[in-house]
Design a protein around this ligand. Sequence first.
Ligand code: AMP
Length: 221
Amino acid sequence: MALNLIMLGPPGAGKGTQAERFARSKGIPKISTGDMLREAVKAGTAIGLRAKAIMDRGDLVGDDVIIAIVKERLEQSDAKPGFILDGFPRTVAQAEALDALMAGKDPLIVVDIAVPESELVRRLGSRLVCEDCGTNADAGATATDGGQERCGKCGGRLKQRSDDSEAVVLERLKVYRRDTEPLVDYYRPRQTFRSVNGAQPPEGVAADLAAAIAAVNGAGR
Ligand code: AMP
């Protein structure tokens, strides 16, 4: 049975870190729409050019664009044994489109990572990501280069994400509450929905996440 997972949760909940870790342990791809958009911005594609201004103000890129990107990505062969989506869906329209894409396939397992808002603001304000590969510094060991911290994955320089400034963080949280939080109610009635406590160290979240997913599988979905 394919392991088809989505990770819900506000910005700063640790979705990327946990998705990366879980995907590696199961040999399935982590599909992050935020990473795909940042790559498009870096490569200067038409989608990237349009998305940049929207991302910089903390708003959401249009549903049609994002749904098309995800559809194409899920059709690639490496997603056959399963996938973990990070940052998608973010609106009810995206969730409905994903349900349509998944018709006839193994069911989606949905895990919500819950973290109080005060903790999110603190985390986002201090988070560092690699300038080159985008990896979150918390997600992997950081290496040091003469006192300067470097990315543990590729050795790139660490910097603050451009949309992690305080004003943009507040806007992203507002957009989360308005557009994305309703997804928790959208998915909650499903037997494959679980919520884990994200306000604990990453190892604890990872253990709870693995247990939640195993419990869904064990329930004979
Ligand atoms: P993330 O790395 O998931 O925090 O995403 C960074 C930014 O990319 C978001 O603030 C949005 O502007 C955009 N983005 C990522 N995923 C989506 C999505 N599923 N729908 C709309 N916009 C998205």
